[in-house]
Ligand binder design. Structure first.
Ligand SMILES: *[C@@H]1O[C@H](CO)[C@@H](O)[C@H](O)[C@H]1NC(C)=O
Ligand SMILES: *[C@@H]1O[C@H](CO)[C@@H](O)[C@H](O)[C@H]1NC(C)=O
Ligand SMILES: *[C@@H]1O[C@H](CO)[C@@H](O)[C@H](O)[C@H]1NC(C)=O
Ligand SMILES: *[C@@H]1O[C@H](CO)[C@@H](O)[C@H](O)[C@H]1NC(C)=O
Length: 395
């Protein structure tokens, strides 16, 4: 009889974004009960023989975390005269396991990238495909949508943990994913020196994108800078999109309009975005498609009315420069919103939006984030676009 393998566990619950545990030794994962058994832990302590964590990187948002299944890590001491009776292995893997969730805000592209895909890259990429992904809250549509990325990260199909009665054994595992910041990687925090530049190289390779960087567009060549305009269909619509497209076209842009159906097919849309020099849209998840742009392309965020500059910058402004892209914002005025259909112009919504912010996030959400559409002042917009055209083209 071979000597038992001694195991180890190390957890970090002090990260703001996510709880994570890494472990080694004799690990047995039973999917249906979402339990990871760690046998013969050399540093075993009774007080943490059972550790519970939700493997989703948005720890500070209680509501969404409730949608994520809790995973239990149970350890037993060497000698195993403990009440933990680990089940026998039915399948043995010789690669590390990574347990994550495809739940949470799983229909929102910005959240999927921020909360799952970038964290997966940070946690899994170093294994060069020799790693087994196991998903709780398994969503087949999600797995299908992000297939190109998952295939580039792991040589094996993702396992649907929740439905599995099989006991799978692994030499090591990560439960929960490393995560740093909205749509970002903080180079100093990555063990492997990953950056958004390396992540974007990875994405380009996963989707076979052809343009690593934009080439300056010469006006005399007759070439036009290509602009993709992301159009929303629920809140924050661009009410006069046809006029905006006409104005940009007249100024010399080739405009491609992209609605929700266009952006949802990532295999197709990643290539389209990569063929563009500018990506523009009203604040919203679709702006995260900037990930597919070539280096030195420009992102234009249209910021709706209501003192939203700082939150908008936080999600889609600050992450831009570290991706090697240029950032511009067009902040709408009180004359470029549909809020006048609900509130008179002398209402605090117009005269003192900060006072609305003081009433709490729900108010901000209902009025400014979800309660308005944008109607661009085409004359003002033209001036803005003309300047953009000058800066991204040469003689
Ligand atoms: C186990 O418990 C000790 C003390 O209670 C704690 O310092 C340590 O971080 C815990 N280990 C894990 C893996 O949670
Ligand atoms: C745990 O995470 C915190 C916050 O990210 C980090 O500062 C700390 O170094 C980590 N601790 C360990 C032991 O890795
Ligand atoms: C609201 O403002 C828009 C944009 O300035 C304008 O086109 C519209 O006529 C206004 N509606 C009302 C009800 O005042
Ligand atoms: C990026 O684009 C700007 C504006 O067109 C240009 O001035 C700059 O030289 C470009 N940088 C690189 C590295 O191509």
């Amino acid at each position: 009889v071979a000597a038992p393998i001694l195991g180890s566990i190390s957890c970090n619950f002090s990260n703001h974004q996510s709880d994570t545990c890494t472990m080694e030794g004799d690990l047995r994962i039973h999917g249906k009960s979402a339990t990871v058994y760690v046998v013969s832990v050399s540093t075993y302590r009774p007080e943490n023989s059972t550790i519970k964590l939700r493997p989703y990187a948005r720890k500070w948002e209680d509501q969404v975390m409730q949608l994520v299944r809790e995973v239990t890590v149970r350890s037993s001491p060497p000698g195993a005269d403990d009440d933990v009776i680990p089940p026998e292995c039915s399948v043995r893997h010789d690669v590390p396991a990574v347990v994550f969730s495809t739940g949470g805000y799983n229909r929102n592209f910005f959240h999927v990238m921020t909360d799952v895909i970038i964290p997966l890259y940070l946690t899994v990429r170093e294994y060069n495909g020799r790693v087994q992904l196991l998903a709780t809250d398994y969503e087949p549509n999600w797995i299908a949508k992000y297939k190109a990325i998952l295939v580039a990260l792991s040589a094996y199909p993702v396992i649907d943990m929740d439905s599995e009665d099989t006991v799978r054994c692994f030499p090591s595992a990560h439960v929960g994913l490393e995560s740093h910041k909205e749509l970002s990687i903080v180079p100093g925090l990555s063990r492997n020196g990953y950056t958004m530049a390396s992540f974007r190289d990875f994405i380009r390779s996963a989707y076979s994108l052809q343009r690593p960087r934009v080439a300056p567009v010469s006006r005399s060549s007759g070439r036009k800078p290509r602009l993709v305009l992301i159009l929303r269909r629920n809140s924050r619509q661009l009410k006069n999109e046809a006029d905006a497209i006409a104005a940009a076209t007249e100024l010399g842009f080739e405009v491609v309009a992209a609605g929700p159906d266009d952006v949802s097919d990532l295999e197709r849309f990643s290539g389209l975005a990569n063929s563009c020099d500018v990506l523009m849209g009203v604040h919203g998840a679709g702006l995260a498609n900037m990930l597919f742009l070539p280096d030195n392309a420009t992102v234009v965020q249209i910021i709706p009315w209501g003192e939203l500059k700082w939150p908008c910058r936080h999600s889609f402004g600050d992450p831009v420069a570290p991706m090697g892209l240029r950032y511009l914002e067009y902040e709408v005025t009180a004359d470029e919103t549909t809020l006048n259909e609900t509130y008179p112009r002398d209402h605090a919504v117009f005269t003192d939006p900060v006072s609305v912010h003081r009433q709490g996030f729900d108010k901000v959400w209902n009025i400014f984030i979800n309660g308005q559409h944008v109607i661009l002042d085409i004359k003002r917009f033209r001036g803005f676009m003309e300047q953009l055209y000058q800066t991204i083209t040469t003689e």
